[in-house]
Write a protein that binds this ligand. Sequence first.
Ligand SMILES: Cc1cc2nc3c(=O)[nH]c(=O)nc-3n(C[C@H](O)[C@H](O)[C@H](O)COP(=O)(O)OP(=O)(O)OC[C@H]3O[C@@H](n4cnc5c(N)ncnc54)[C@H](O)[C@@H]3O)c2cc1C
Ligand code: SF4
Length: 501
Amino acid sequence: MPAGARLDSPAAGMAELQPPYTSQQAVVEAQRCLFCFDAPCIQACPTGIDVPSFIRKIAHGNPVAAARTILSANILGASCARVCPTEVLCEGACVVLSWEGDPVKIGRLQRHATDYVFEQLDVAGDRPGLAEQCSALRILGKPAASSGKRVAIIGGGPAGLGCAAELAQLGHQAVVFEKRPRAGGLNTHGVAVYKMKPATGLAEVELVKSLGVEFRCGVEVGRDISVAQLEKEFDAIFIGMGFGGGLRLGIPGGDLPEVITALDFIEQIHTRPAAEVRVGKCVAVIGGGNTAIDAVTQARRLGAPSATVIYHRGENDLPAYPFEYELAKRDGAQFLFNAAALEILAEEGRVSALRLARTRVNDAGALETVPGSEWVEPFDMVIEAIGQEKQTETLRRHFPALEFDERGAVQCHAVTGRTNLPRVFAGGDCANGGHEVVHAVADGKRAARGIHAMFSGETVTGPVQPSRLGVAGGAFGSGLDYRRRFLEQHSQSANDGVVHG
Ligand SMILES: Cc1cc2nc3c(=O)[nH]c(=O)nc-3n(C[C@H](O)[C@H](O)[C@H](O)COP(=O)(O)OP(=O)(O)OC[C@H]3O[C@@H](n4cnc5c(N)ncnc54)[C@H](O)[C@@H]3O)c2cc1C
Ligand code: SF4
């Protein structure tokens, strides 16, 4: 990407990283698939999408049927097609990767099918008639007859949406409480726009609405409505509150106007015209995870002539995925390893530099700054990308008896999402300790099935994975139901008290 290209310029970095396939390109790519029996790519998908089945449908020129297969397993299949780290999930497991060194591009094929259907449906805004159109295309299964049960979902992010959609399809009324004006969670306001535009996340919210799910946006549970009230009005509660705001470094100078958390920086890009997002000429991003990479890449794509990640350990310790690191380097980001920021310096009230020190690991294995190694490096903007706040304390206030694990994540059953409180379930970042969008959707879906089992005594599995017909144990259960199968194989009831590790 050329230095200085702003997101909204013609040469812009606003474009999504992976351009969509044309129909012809999609068919050609689909034909690379070996349509493996009991394929490892299904197992590697946390939502268990029947990958060879949907790819075969694309190869036969039927993207609508392909989308049906995808969305029946993962209602957020369109956003997962863009934001999933496919390199470590389905594509990382693809047999063609070991044969040819280049996997079948499952993510891009998934995007092709879901985009095709979203274009047919014209899913945008609050669209009346969407449910009828979905029904005409038979995109989503017909919801079961109403059970009369009502479930409150706290948080309209991927976990909440995954739970709500599954509950609706199982015949239960789901009401999503979302504190922000728009639902979608980090898909709408947190994922880097070069991966996915907020419009895709919002279109998925419309799809979930079309199943009869009610959204109450701008309503914060604990402030605008109490948990006691939810307990009174609803038969069950699902907690999908994600994490809180960005963590702060807490070093001197952190309150200067050009210091911002990565989360706030990315949210500005989602909510303002690109020309109005302030970016420095010489940007420091402090951190080393995927969010730091998103922030530095986004800063470069917004036109920062120089953007540098400052990470306190070495290159080999970088927690970001290697492919994200490579992307940032290709976009011209620089990296300063084994360095810690001690102070943000200012001139005339504006950020002017960082006081840095070298770091090393001492004999006891602890990280320390090297005495006498300090130096000053000029920067005019600092982005802090050191993680997100946990919701533990907030949740303790709302649910005083709720149990947490040692990481401060809500402790819940690995298969059913059930917590230690009766009628309270949980999933997504607040329960899994922070993962990816696809894991949050899978958690939400499993919890919906856990809630359904509590209501009806019925165990729901599937969907059926036709490409696995003939597999011992049945043609379902790869990916999403892996945990259930694991517990059953190890002679533990899938409904006992086993919790997330
Ligand atoms: C900067 C960044 C980039 C990321 N990039 C990727 C990526 O490229 N690919 C990927 O797969 N994953 C990515 N992730 C991770 C992914 O976004 C999360 O794992 C996923 O969004 C978790 O879903 P969730 O529903 O648990 O939480 P969230 O998406 O955080 O949703 C929780 C929702 O709950 C709402 N809420 C919270 N408290 C309340 C309350 N009291 N009342 C009502 N509503 C409430 C919030 O407003 C929010 O909308 C990224 C994360 C970050 C921070
Ligand atoms: S592992 Fe690769 S080749 Fe085999 S079915 Fe999956 S995508 Fe196709």
